[in-house]
Ligand binder design. Structure first.
Ligand SMILES: *Cc1c(COP(=O)(O)O)cnc(C)c1O
Length: 384
């Protein structure tokens, strides 16, 4: 058998590799504590399941959906954007349902890039920012997010020849894995950069509602120049603790939305109608429980305190569900993570899984209860 050369360029997905190692160790009777995967552990608001159960009963729930989505769903997304972010959207041309942000990000790269073109991607960043371009036969160049810059991209450092080849630029704030929030001028700066270099911008808004102080994180579309060059991807996975439901939206520039929709008509046939109706209902409610922020905050504070006590100080993140922890030894992130797994049965994600600038860090997910988090940190302390 022969397979695509392109597949040889794509590393095994970090979560897939971690899940396999965890399953093997657990089958061998080892009590593994996984802080590796950002999968909300608390159940969603019970009304969501009730609503979905009702919607599944409808006769038309089993019929083919469309990629464009139900008008009521697109209107609900537009209403939600107005309410939460003060941004108005045309539901007909500026909203597209996605089968998760991951799907949208991968296909966006395929819709925009060709071999020889480039995507500029946040580094560290969500692994699909790099995987999407590789699947499209294109390449990506990192925009390093460094601690000294508050994990914001330094656009002035992008070489002119790289900017000239780039067609797409992807960032996301609150940022996974660093937990940083966008500085107030960032989206305007990205807009000006895209204007100059004729780029498509994408802001990944997966953690829009996971902010520890104050309002939800701002939408990039609130900046008019950003908006004229790009889209934002809003996912309901982390906000409503429903990652298994696969609900997200691309919103923004109509030309980008249209090309993504055209590509998707060849690949998927739209979102399960019962999920569309449930999502439309959900986005219209103001009292459905959002992310368990108080729980994440107290896990964050406890873990920061305990890590400090074992000699691994880490700054508490302003958003997201992770701690981005500097490695206290001179081991690489992979060697350190593998040692924690082998000697302490604790899984953390090596920082280099998010890009070269992630070297020197590991990511800890706050999606486990406090007692397990505490036990994991105690085990790490014992082998340092
Ligand atoms: C979890 C996550 C996603 C994936 O969201 P889905 O809608 O579940 O596919 C996208 N981007 C970032 C930064 C994430 O952490």
């Amino acid at each position: 058998m022969r397979f695509s050369d392109r597949m040889g360029t794509i590393p095994e997905y970090v979560v897939a590799r971690l899940n396999r190692a965890i399953a093997e160790a657990r089958a061998g009777g080892i009590d593994v504590i996984s802080l590796g995967i950002g999968d909300p552990d608390l159940p969603p608001d019970p009304r969501l399941r009730e609503r979905l159960a009702l919607e599944v009963q409808r006769d038309d729930a089993a019929r083919y959906p469309t990629n464009h989505g139900q008008p009521a769903l697109r209107e609900a997304v537009a209403d939600y954007y107005r309410r939460r972010f003060g941004v108005s959207l045309d539901p007909a041309t500026e909203v597209l349902p996605l089968l998760g942000a991951k799907e949208g990000l991968a296909h966006l790269a395929a819709a925009i890039l060709d071999p020889g073109s480039l995507s500029l991607i946040a580094d560290p960043g969500y692994p699909v920012y790099a995987g999407g371009p590789l699947l499209a036969g294109a390449a990506s160049m990192p925009l390093p997010l460094l601690p000294k810059n508050g994990f914001q991209p330094d656009l002035a450092a992008v070489p002119p020849e790289v900017a000239a080849q780039a067609r797409l630029l992807i960032v996301g704030y609150p940022n996974n894995p660093t937990g940083a929030i966008a500085t107030p001028g960032l989206f305007a700066e990205l807009g000006a950069f895209a204007d100059k270099h004729d780029l498509v911008l994408c802001h990944d808004h997966a953690y829009a509602e996971i902010v520890y102080e104050g309002d939800p994180a701002p939408s990039a579309l609130a900046d008019p120049t950003f908006r004229s060059h790009g889209i934002e991807i809003l996912s309901l996975s982390k906000t409503y603790s429903i990652p298994g439901w696969r609900i997200a939206f691309a919103v923004g520039n109509p030309s980008v939305i249209a090309i993504l929709q055209r590509l998707k008509t060849q690949i998927d046939s739209g979102m399960f109608p019962a999920l569309q109706r449930t999502a439309a209902w959900l986005l219209g409610q103001t009292d459905v429980a959002g992310p368990p922020l108080a729980t994440y905050r107290s896990r964050r504070d406890l873990a920061c305190q305990q890590l400090q006590a074992i000699g691994m100080p880490v700054a508490p993140p302003a958003g997201g569900m992770y701690l981005w922890v500097p490695i206290p030894t001179n081991e690489s992130s992979l060697v350190f993570a593998e040692r924690l797994f082998a000697e302490a049965a604790v899984v953390v994600t090596p920082g280099n899984a998010y890009g070269a600038a992630g070297e020197g860090f590991v990511r800890i997910a706050l999606t486990v209860p406090e007692d397990r988090l505490g036990e994991a940190i105690a085990r790490i302390g014992a082998i340092l």
